[in-house]
Design a protein around this ligand. Structure first.
Ligand code: ZN
Length: 239
């Protein structure tokens, strides 16, 4: 079991066993491909799987035969990779831009990761960042067909409350960025609501107190969505 990643701090024995079951399902259900002669070994598979499965630990995935259903490929690059993206400008002209990425996810397509950034303990962009948690949060967001920062919620949750809490926090965060103020986490969250959800998921698992302090209502919605309370389990872990 991968233990070096901070995201797993405070999980109890029952949760770790459950995570191990999910990891086994994940590794059997997905196909891993290494690019640029990157040799994929079991450690790499388990490392990615453990981080990905942490998100769905309490999302009833164990009842199904597949974790993150509907797609199969995980592509690992040794480091950052270049992607070409087409986009249409305001007057309808299509442009291409070239981006260096550490991860990418689409609805039905593969999850693409830079192993340098995805391996446990890697925090090349600072504490509280995790590309695996980020890309798999996008995969959860895509479950209702669109990536908009609003994944399908549990029946005991209110979509109106989620939308109100997230749009208020997103608006506030974008204001901080626009005015050059200090932000509680990665400014990339201001890109759009989908990126905000993916970034706050990283912070939720890796620096939960920071998210709790900055946006307590967002933290509360994520506790109800992920059915986990990383701040509480860390506090308990320290006692
Ligand atoms: Zn993203």
């Amino acid at each position: 079991m991968v233990t070096e990643t901070d995201a797993l701090i405070g999980l109890d024995q029952v949760e770790l066993l459950h995570l191990r079951d999910l990891v086994t399902l994940f590794v059997h259900g997905k196909r891993f491909y290494g690019i640029h002669e990157l040799e994929i070994d079991d450690y790499m598979k388990v490392a990615v799987a453990a981080q990905a499965c942490l998100l769905v630990l309490n999302l009833d995935a164990a009842g199904s035969a597949e974790v993150y259903p509907g797609w199969t490929s995980i592509i690992l690059y040794p480091g950052a990779f270049v992607a070409r993206h087409d986009y249409r400008d305001a007057i309808g002209v299509v442009h291409q831009r070239i981006l260096a990425l550490d991860g990418e996810a689409s609805r039905r397509g593969p999850v693409v990761l830079s192993w340098e950034d995805a391996r446990p303990g890697a925090e090349p962009h600072g504490a509280g960042r995790n590309v695996v948690l980020h890309e798999f949060a996008h995969k959860l967001d895509f479950l209702d067909g669109t990536s908009n920062g609003h994944p399908p919620l549990h029946s005991d949750m209110s979509t109106a409350t989620w939308a109100a809490v997230f749009s208020a926090a997103y608006g506030h965060f974008c204001g901080l960025v626009a005015h050059g103020h200090h932000t509680p986490f990665n400014d990339y969250a201001a890109t759009n609501p989908a990126e905000f959800f993916a970034v706050v998921t990283e912070v939720f698992f890796l620096a939960p107190q920071r998210l709790q302090g900055a946006y307590p209502e967002v933290y509360g919605q994520l506790v109800r969505y992920y059915r986990q309370d990383p701040a509480a389990r860390r506090a308990h872990h320290r006692r």
